[in-house]
Design a protein around this ligand. Structure first.
Ligand code: FES
Length: 162
């Protein structure tokens, strides 16, 4: 027997969030709520599993292929279960000029992962500009932004994670 996608509490939360979202869209335009609906799914499950994409598609009156197309287009949606912490390192121009590649190499060594790889604790990846070029280099951990990084700041940041 398949494990249900949601616990009862998660199901309640998902249903309430989708209902609230859909209250802002005309009945014949429900699929326009795809981005926030996927975000709601990911906020609950930590990623967008295939059965979750199918459920979002059903609630929005569209196909699971459409949900997959959207989720796979945007880097912020996880189609594989990430580690507990997603570390997005900006390697775009300003951060690069301020040592982002060295910072990434240091993180790869510290976490024992190459960019793009994950273990149970971390998912490390490069990302495009995080709109914080004036305080480069920067990264995000689970969407929490950290800037003007040095190796000491990076160590403190990573080492204090529970
Ligand atoms: S280049 Fe890194 S924040 Fe813009």
């Amino acid at each position: 027997m398949n494990t249900p996608l949601f616990t009862p509490d998660e199901q309640k939360k998902f249903d309430a969030e989708i209902a609230e979202l859909l209250s802002h869209y005309p009945a014949d335009r429900k699929s326009a709520a795809m981005l926030p609906a996927l975000r709601a799914l990911q906020a609950i499950k930590g990623w967008c599993p295939p059965e979750g994409l199918a459920l979002v598609a059903e609630r929005l009156g569209t196909t699971r292929e459409r949900a997959y197309e959207v989720a796979s287009f945007y880097v912020m949606y996880h189609l594989k279960k990430p580690g507990k912490y997603t570390v997005d390192v900006c390697t775009n121009l300003s951060c690069s000029l301020w040592g982002a590649e060295k910072m990434l190499a240091y993180l790869e060594q510290k976490l024992g992962l190459k960019a793009g790889e994950a273990n149970e604790r971390f998912f490390l990846r490069e990302t495009e500009c995080l709109a914080s070029c004036g305080t480069a280099p920067c990264l995000q951990i689970n969407e929490d932004h950290h800037e003007s990084l040095t190796r000491a700041k990076l160590d403190a940041l990573i080492d204090k994670l529970p």
